[in-house]
Design a protein around this ligand. Structure first.
Ligand SMILES: [Zn+2]
Length: 294
């Protein structure tokens, strides 16, 4: 299990799945041949994130941010028992909750849930199926949803017809556990949302600061380090591709200060590193991550 220490804060990755993904799934205009051409321009991508056959190594995981006072789950993966059009995500039966327990975080101990946005692979474990009903998985947690994100998806059907809002968001609201918050909401002393819209209308990243150390959890404003190498590539899932592109340029400029540990929401292991600007592009340097503890 991957774990990082930022001052007094411990961040633990709880994986749901790790897989090889076709580049066309994320980027309709990029086939395997084109991905190899991109990676040949940025050979560091071959270390962990792109195979020599032109596939992307991706991960779906939750990050538990433990400040000592708060235990915050950031993004809740796909979840079990959910009916989904994507065959690889339909009716999953994983041992995700056992992994949370094994990491020292039983669901009752979680104080907050943050969803960077309300897409299928970020809200799934918000709820679980008990006696035919969707109930909150984390019964003692406040679930923080950015207000514009919640309002958008409460009025907008998902592209593939999955009823994600009804099975994974609305039951939280109905149980009185939802808090609709601004895009820069603070959570305790060490955690603050950082607006990174474009992928969705109310998308946020999550900033962690403690004792002069800092980290950021990307969410899907960047799906893969391929977009760190070439920030111009917007994903086919971005609701506003031009805004998403602008957001990446601005965020990478902020995060490449040499001090910020960038933790990817879908980056394959080792998942985190520091951004280094090289010319017009960036490198995710996973070797200088002195905080990483495997
Ligand atoms: Zn995602």
């Amino acid at each position: 299990m991957l774990r990082w220490t930022i001052g007094d804060v411990r961040i633990t990755s709880v994986p749901e799945s790790e897989s090889l993904t076709s580049p066309r799934f994320l980027f309709p205009d990029v086939d395997k041949k084109k991905l190899i051409q991109i990676a040949d321009r940025h050979p560091w991508l071959y270390d962990h994130f792109v195979t020599d056959k032109g596939m992307m190594r991706q991960k779906i995981h939750a990050l538990v941010v433990d400040t000592g006072k708060e235990r915050i789950v950031v993004d809740t993966c796909i979840g079990n028992d959910k009916k989904r059009h994507n065959k690889g995500w339909n009716n999953l039966q994983t041992d995700f909750l056992s992994k949370m327990n094994a990491a020292g975080y039983p669901p009752e101990s979680i104080t907050h849930v943050i969803c960077t946005h309300l897409h299928v692979d970020h809200v799934g474990w918000n709820t679980r199926l008990v006696g035919g009903k969707w109930v909150p998985t984390f019964p003692n947690a406040k679930y923080l949803f950015a207000k514009p994100e919640f309002e958008h998806w409460s009025q907008t059907a998902y592209a593939d017809g999955d009823d994600i809002f009804s099975d994974s968001v609305k039951p939280i609201y109905d149980a009185g556990l939802a808090q609709l918050v601004p895009l820069d909401c603070k959570v305790g002393e060490c955690v603050q949302l950082e607006p990174t819209t474009g992928h969705t209308p109310g998308h946020v990243s999550v900033r962690i600061r403690s004792r002069g150390k800092t980290a950021v959890i990307t969410g899907d404003m960047t799906h893969t380090p391929v977009q760190i190498a070439e920030p111009g590539y917007s994903s086919g899932f971005d609701s506003d591709p031009e805004k998403a592109r602008q957001t990446r340029h601005e965020a990478f400029a902020r995060w490449s200060d040499g001090a910020t540990l960038v933790i990817g929401t879908h980056f394959a292991t080792p998942t985190a590193g520091r951004l280094v600007k090289v010319g017009d592009a960036y490198v995710l340097d996973t070797k200088i991550d002195e905080n990483a503890k495997l």
